[in-house]
Every structure is written in structure tokens, then in C-alpha cells.
Design a protein around this ligand. Structure first.
Ligand SMILES: Cc1ncc(C[n+]2csc(CCOP(=O)(O)OP(=O)(O)O)c2C)c(N)n1
Ligand SMILES: [Mg+2]
Length: 584
């Protein structure tokens, strides 16, 4: 705590932001918080004005995911704040340490139904790790600091709710020091039990999750894999949790993931789930492979104890930090005889063979082969989505950051996104909202301006999010958006094809030229029709990023569609009333 001195609550707030290293705050200006906004520059904080508050919260999320520091955003009470809701839910499921500041109707009029009034705590109660309500302006620094501390402690969004009259006044206060509490490795007995299981394993496999990224455990994960000779699968949409060039990397699990990873984990007798909640969507059968090894012993390590054994039964649960726990496991494994050592070379060969089989299959899988896809692609001049994704993969610069949206082509991209370092992939995680990827990559770019930044977005999802091109042009924020123009809400159309006899409703899109739209916003826009043009287009767009220019590359692709998202959740329709009999 700094020495108490006389200040106003706006100063206490801004000093607390500064004490937590906040460099950027995303938002739309509003009278409610102007008293604090006024002194942001003097505290070294840049306010980044956006087009829509949903963009602000997604940018704060992207900033946090790229940097490992807090992302911060602020909005006008009432409608500005309710515009945050979707982004807060997305940040919650992305485990993103976002602090969103919500000025509220003044305390003297709350409940009277005045201007821009709504109760702002209940709305966010299920999608926050902590809600700090400033119930007295003298507590501003204390409660603001707690929001910052808990966002990191629990890795998720926290809300700082401030009645707007509480920005004014004067009192003596100190500014709390940020409190960063380490989780530690977890229970020693559980670590010892896990080490014994791993030492006895004949086919150990590691699942590297988001916890590896957040705790900075990449080196430990590599050492564990090398020690055990274990294949490493990355958990769903965390393709950056293990370097793809490593011989033991097997690729991503889950929807449109790697068959090699699935076939390898299916053989495991012991699985080390390192920093992953083993989310239900991420371990569903894929490609007809029900790969989860139900007989295997599962060791799960997670910093949130409620995730242990929640989705999949486990043999050992370790409530700890992925990095610290991996370090403790390594220390024990070094003293143990490893039963799997004898078969290490053989396992290595199997891993290499599964990977090369999957590579060969991907190479030959240039287009989808179901009847619908063959039909729609037959007379099309456009690129096959898979071929386009492969060409993109080959063209992306080293060190690229990529965000991905929710849609059929974005999902198929999972097979074609490989990374060497953490904090490189920012998918719309299990909240799964269309419109996530573009604002998130903008926030990531603010956090890491030196890294080339790309968003993969379907044309439908682009319609939800393209307004932030305004922010890119105004703030000279250089990112590259790759819009997959297939003139359809493809992922949902796939359900119409598979379950509803192609009775299409609301899935066909009539797009403007998205390249021309981008140019109208003051950004660059290029329509890409041929595979051969992808490499040069990416190179030019990457160069433009360095000059603070955003480019939209509009990829003209066929309407073919990969496997659906939710085969698990849909059934063929059954109708009972006479007038609906045809709808089966
Ligand atoms: C905000 C939101 N609205 C609706 C959905 C349902 N949804 C999931 S995927 C999808 C279609 C995405 O279409 P597009 O972005 O064009 O990508 P494509 O599937 O064509 O590749 C929709 C509407 C969603 N996930 N999020
Ligand atoms: Mg589409």
C-alpha cells in the first residue's frame, strides 16, 4: 500500500490502474466516467476508442490473451454496459483476465427508472470470477485493486461496478500493491501418486491445455514429453500449447483436429492432462473415432479445483499451477525407473507413423467428398476451402498470431493451424460466439504490435464484427482479416443439409464486395480468387501491418462444407401434427 494521501475517487481508480501496469483501456466515451478518463493520459494510459462496446471487451480479451496481463475496458452505464455481455461470457470461457469497468446509474437515483438505468450486477453474475461494487467512494482503490488481483488469481473476467456519483469527492487513501498469489504445484501426495503412475506407464500421452500457456509451462511440457517419450496432444483450440515442430507433437484433439492425436491418445494407458479442464466439447468423438481412452488412468492438473474430474473420470487430481506441478512431477520422475523406457523407440516410431499418415491424408483431402459438397463445388470457379486453408498455412509468417471465429471453415482450419510458441492462437473458445475473432486480434495486436496478426472469419460472422474496421483505420491498427466468402452461414447450413432435407432458412447470404467495404472504411481490401494469389496477398498484407494498415482479404471459396459442429446435439425431426408431416 502506498502512503495515504488526499485524492479523489477518479484519481484513486486511475492510480490503481497504473499500479497494475494498465497501458490501454478499450471503450466508447461516456459522461459517466469522464472525470477519470480526463486523467488517463497523465497516468500513461491510452484510451482506445472503438466502434461498439462488444468490440471493446473482445479487444480487452485479445490483449490479455496475447500479453498475459490484464485487458481492461470501460463503458457508459446502461446500454454501453449491456453491450459488454457477450464479450464477458466469451472471456469467461477463454479464461481471460479481463477487468471490465461498469459505471452505474448514480446512487441517489438508482431504482427510480431514470436514464440509462439497469441493475448491472445480476446481468454478469454467472460470467464473472468476481464482481466488485464500490459501495462507498472511499473504497475505490481497495475494490478496484481486488478486481485486478482476482482476475489473475482465477484467470477470468472481473467486474468493477461504480455508481457514477462515486467518481467525485475527496479523501485520504493509499493504493494497494498488486497481489499476485502463486498456486503452487499442488498436493505432494497427489504429485507422488501421479509420478508413480507415469513411471509405470507403457504408453503415456500428454494433453497440453490452456493452463500450459497461461502458466508459461511450455519448457516443462517439452521436458516432460522428452522424459517420458510421450506423444503430446494439444487440447481443443489451444494449438499453441506445444511447439508443432517437436517430434512428439501429435496435433490438436477435438472438432476438426488431428487424427494422429486421436489415434495416439486412444492407445494410452496413462494420460497426463496438463492444465486442461478437458471441456466436454473438446473430447467428443470426431471422424467416427471415439478416441477418449476410457480404460486409461487419467491424471488431471488444473488451477481451478472445480474442474478436476468434472467432465471425465480421473485417477489423480492435482489442484495446482501447470508449470509448478510439471516441475514437481519432473523432479520425481528423474528419481524413478520408467517402465516405458524399453518401448520408447517403438512408441517414437508409432508417433511418427501416425503423424505421417495424417499428413498424407490431409494432403490428399483437397476438398470435401459428401454429395452436397460435390454438387455445389462441381460448377464453381472458386477455391476449395481446404486447399485455401493449406495455402494460408504455408503463407503465414513465422511468429504470426491467429484468431479464429465460429463457422465451418474456421473450424476446418483447426487442422491447418500450427504454432511454435504460446500466445499465438486466439480461437473463440467454448462460448462460441460468431464475431469474436476480428476484435480479439485487434486487442492482441495492441498488446504485441511487433507480431503479425491475422483473423480468420466467415462471411456471416464478418457481418457481425466488421464495424471495428473503423477502429483499425482511426487508430492505425494494422491487422489482416481473412474473410471466407462462401455466401452462406455455412456451419448452420450444414445442419439443414444433414438433418432437414436441405430446407434452407436464413442461411444464404447476399454479400456486398467485402473488399470494397474495407476500402470504404479506409482500410485495404483485396478479393482473392486463386490459390496462387494467396501467398503474395498475405505477404503484402503483412507488410502493410507494419505501417499500421489493416487489410481485408476476401477469399472466394466454394460452398462445400466439412463435418458439422453438433452431430452430438441434433436429431432427425419427428412431427406429430398433420400440417407438419412433410417436415421430416
Ligand atoms: C453470435 C452467434 N450467432 C449465431 C451463432 C450460430 N452459428 C454458429 S456457426 C454459424 C455460421 C457461421 O457462418 P460464417 O461465419 O459465414 O462461416 P461459415 O460457416 O460459412 O464458414 C452460426 C450462425 C453463433 N455461434 N454465434
Ligand atoms: Mg460463410
Amino acid at each position: 500500500m502506498t502512503q495515504p494521501q488526499k485524492m479523489g475517487p477518479s484519481e484513486a481508480l486511475v492510480e490503481t490502474l497504473a499500479a497494475n501496469g494498465v497501458s490501454h483501456v478499450f471503450g466508447i466515451v461516456g459522461s459517466a466516467f469522464m472525470d477519470a478518463l480526463d486523467i488517463f493520459p497523465a497516468a500513461g494510459i491510452k484510451f482506445v476508442p472503438v466502434a461498439h462496446e462488444q468490440g471493446a471487451i473482445h479487444m480487452a480479451d485479445g490483449y490479455a490473451r496475447a500479453s498475459g496481463r490484464h485487458g481492461v475496458c470501460i463503458a457508459q452505464n446502461g446500454p454501453g454496459v449491456t453491450n459488454f455481455v457477450t464479450g464477458v461470457a466469451a472471456a469467461y470461457w477463454a479464461h481471460s483476465p479481463v477487468v471490465f469497468i461498469t459505471p452505474e446509474t448514480g446512487s441517489m437515483t438508482m431504482g427510480l427508472g431514470g436514464f440509462q438505468e439497469t441493475e448491472q450486477l445480476p446481468i454478469f453474475s454467472k460470467i464473472t470470477k468476481y464482481q466488485g461494487h464500490v459501495n462507498n467512494p472511499r473504497r475505490m482503490a481497495e475494490i478496484a485493486a481486488r478486481c485486478f488481483d482476482r482476475a489473475m488469481l482465477e484467470m477470468g473476467p472481473t467486474q468493477l461496478n461504480i455508481p457514477r456519483d462515486y467518481f467525485y469527492g475527496e479523501f485520504e487513501t493509499g493504493i494497494p500493491q498488486p497481489m499476485r498469489i502463486a498456486h503452487g504445484a499442488g498436493d505432494a501426495a497427489a504429485i507422488a501418486e501421479a509420478a508413480q503412475l507415469l513411471a509405470a506407464a507403457s504408453f503415456p500421452v500428454i494433453v497440453a491445455g490452456g493452463g500450459v500457456i497461461m502458466s508459461g509451462a511450455t519448457a516443462e511440457a517439452i521436458e516432460l514429453a522428452d522424459t517420458l517419450g510421450a506423444a503430446v496432444c494439444t487440447s481443443y483450440l489451444h494449438n499453441d500449447s506445444f511447439p508443432a515442430s517437436h517430434a512428439l507433437w501429435a496435433g490438436p484433439l477435438g472438432y476438426q483436429g488431428s487424427k494422429a492425436a486421436m489415434k495416439l491418445i486412444a492407445r494410452a494407458d496413462v494420460v497426463l492432462a496438463l492444465g486442461t479442464r478437458l471441456g466436454p466439447f473438446g473430447t467428443l468423438p470426431q471422424y467416427g473415432l471415439d478416441y477418449w481412452p476410457k480404460q486409461a488412468k487419467i491424471i488431471q492438473i488444473d488451477s481451478d479445483p472445480r474442474m478436476l474430474g468434472l467432465v471425465r473420470p480421473i485417477s489423480v487430481g492435482i489442484h495446482g499451477d501447470a508449470r509448478a506441478a510439471a516441475g514437481a512431477l519432473l523432479a520425481q520422475l528423474r528419481t524413478l525407473k520408467l517402465a516405458g523406457a524399453a518401448s520408447r523407440a517403438e512408441r517414437g516410431q508409432r508417433i511418427a507413423a501416425e503423424k505421417s499418415d495424417w499428413e498424407a491424408e490431409l494432403k490428399g483431402w483437397t476438398h470435401e467428398r459428401d454429395p452436397y459438397s460435390l454438387e455445389v463445388a462441381a460448377n464453381s470457379r472458386h477455391m476449395h476451402p481446404r486447399e485455401m486453408l493449406r495455402a494460408l498455412e504455408a503463407s503465414l509468417p513465422q511468429n504470426a498470431m491467429v484468431s479464429t471465429d465460429i463457422g465451418n471453415i474456421c473450424s476446418v482450419a483447426n487442422s491447418y493451424l500450427r504454432f511454435e510458441r504460446p500466445r499465438s492462437m486466439f480461437a473463440a473458445m467454448s462460448f462460441g460466439n460468431c464475431g469474436y475473432a476480428f476484435p480479439v486480434i485487434c486487442g492482441a495486436k495492441v498488446a504485441a504490435p511487433e507480431r503479425p496478426a491475422f483473423a480468420y472469419v466467415g462471411d456471416g460472422a464478418w457481418g457481425i464484427s466488421f464495424n471495428e474496421l473503423l477502429t483499425c483505420a482511426r487508430e492505425k491498427l494494422g491487422v489482416t482479416v481473412i474473410v471466407f466468402n462462401n455466401s452462406q452461414w455455412g456451419a448452420e447450413k450444414k445442419n439443414h443439409v444433414d438433418f432437414y432435407q436441405r430446407r434452407y432458412q436464413g442461411v444464404n447470404l447476399e454479400n456486398p464486395s467485402w473488399a470494397a467495404v474495407a476500402r470504404a472504411f479506409g482500410c485495404q481490401g483485396v478479393t482473392v480468387e486463386r490459390l496462387a494469389d494467396i501467398g503474395p496477398a498475405i505477404a503484402a498484407a503483412t507488410a502493410a501491418q507494419a505501417e499500421g494498415r489493416t487489410t481485408v482479404l476476401e477469399m472466394m471459396v466454394t460452398q462445400e462444407l466439412g463435418d458439422p459442429f453438433r452431430r452430438d446435439a441434433l436429431s432427425k425431426p419427428v412431427r406429430h401434427l398433420a400440417k407438419y408431416q412433410k417436415f421430416v
